[in-house]
Every structure is written in structure tokens, then in C-alpha cells.
Design a protein around this ligand. Structure first.
Ligand code: G3P
Length: 227
């Protein structure tokens, strides 16, 4: 499963890319708005941090297909290879996805709340579909279950589209879908950090440090002793 960062805070993106095996970054208009910065400047900086060719998702703003395609061309022109243009999975979006496929621009059908939205985006030629796990949960439905059903539909109908599950709020949601075999997940930095935020892990690591200090002296490392 590819793991992406769902954020546009460049300090956080730099920190997470340094620590974790990250495959890319996803943004949307609300995420960009949270930075309060110029979108061109932020997206360019993110591309610089993750490097050329890595996955970077940015969303088209207009609600008509022609406008979406215009935005898509501008996004790809700025951010280059590895850029995926997100388009809402609405009727004009499905039309735009078909047009983008013809132009060879990678697309993602986003704002997916139902399996049939994902089916239509995939059939139109989207490279990714982005269902919103936690938002679906908050509506009283089973977000993880919806994503599993989407994955089943894509597999059953041999649609060459990858699930990019989004809107996670906890590790359990990610774990279940990771074990189910979805292609990619995008998570906020705090959700990624929480994968390994566990008193048992901290306790075990602390024990090793304490035990070795007792044996070899405070702050001593293998390099100090063996080198
Ligand atoms: O890109 C979609 C995703 O960011 C939505 O997440 O946390 O706003 O529900 P959230």
C-alpha cells in the first residue's frame, strides 16, 4: 500500500518524509486554505521537498469539465511528472476524467462517498478514486466497508484504477484497509505518527537504553565500544 501525507504544511511534510517511507502528498482546496499561503508557492515547495516524479495530488477548482481540464493543465505544467489532478466525482467530473485520460494527464476521482461514484470515476478512466472513510463514518455508515466494496468492484470489473482511501481519523481504519489490500492511503501527519504512538513501544525502547547504559555507561553506543 502506498502511504501519502494528506497535508500542505511544508514543515510537517519535510519532517514526515525524513522519518517515514512516504510515497507522496495529497492536497485539496481546504488543505491549501489552512496554510493561508499562495497555492502556487506551497505546491511548488512541496514538489521540491518530495522530489521530481513522486506523487503529488492537487485539485481542480471549477465545476465544469472544460474548466477542470484547464486547471489540470496548469497544475501539471507547474508540478510536472508524478502529478495527479483531483476532480470531484460528479457528472462534470466524470466528463473531465475522460478528457484528462485522452490528454495523458493522471486523474483522481475525489469526494467519493458511495461505491457507484467510484465505479463511474473508474469507468471514465480515473487513475485513482478517493473515498472519504471518516466522513462516511460520521454520516452513520461504515466508511471502511464502503472502501472494501469499492476495492471489490474495481477488482471484479477489472478496472485499472487504484483506491486512494482518504479522511482517516485513526490507525484502526488504516490498518483494516491495509490488511484488505487497497492500493494507497493518504493520512494527516497526526494519524501517521499514531501508527507507532504506543506506550509499549516507548517502554521497550526505554528499557534497552537503560539496560545498555547500566552495562557500558551513560550515553555509550555500539560505535563507541566497537569502533
Ligand atoms: O482529500 C480528502 C480528505 O482530505 C478529507 O479528509 O479529514 O477533511 O475528512 P478530512
Amino acid at each position: 500500500m502506498k502511504l501519502l501525507i494528506d497535508d500542505a504544511n511544508v514543515q510537517e511534510i519535510r519532517r514526515l518524509c525524513d522519518l517515514y517511507p512516504i510515497d507522496g502528498v495529497t492536497t485539496n482546496p481546504s488543505i491549501l486554505a489552512k496554510t493561508g499561503r499562495d497555492p502556487k508557492e506551497v505546491l511548488t515547495e512541496i514538489r521540491g521537498i518530495i522530489g521530481p516524479g513522486k506523487l503529488l495530488f492537487a485539485q481542480a477548482i471549477p465545476l465544469d469539465a472544460e474548466g477542470m481540464v484547464r486547471d489540470a493543465r496548469a497544475i501539471v505544467k507547474l508540478l510536472g511528472e508524478g502529478t495527479v489532478v483531483k476532480v470531484p466525482s460528479i457528472p462534470e467530473g466524470f466528463k473531465a476524467i475522460r478528457m484528462l485520460r485522452e490528454e495523458g494527464i493522471l486523474s483522481c476521482g475525489t469526494v467519493v462517498y458511495t461505491p457507484l461514484q467510484a465505479y463511474l470515476a473508474a469507468k471514465a478512466g480515473a487513475d485513482y478514486v478517493a473515498p472519504y472513510v471518516n466522513r462516511i463514518d460520521n454520516m452513520g455508515f461504515d466508511g471502511v466497508g464502503v472502501v472494501e466494496q469499492i476495492q471489490d468492484i474495481l477488482t471484479l470489473h477489472q478496472l485499472d484504477t487504484q483506491v486512494l482511501a482518504a479522511s482517516f481519523k485513526n490507525s484502526q481504519q488504516v490498518l483494516t484497509l491495509c490488511a484488505y489490500g487497497i492500493g494507497s492511503a493518504t493520512c494527516a501527519p497526526a494519524v501517521i505518527d499514531a501508527f507507532v504512538k504506543n506506550p509499549a513501544i516507548d517502554g521497550a525502547v526505554g528499557d534497552f537504553i537503560r539496560d545498555f547504559a547500566g552495562l557500558a555507561g551513560e550515553g555509550k553506543t555500539m560505535a563507541d565500544l566497537l569502533g
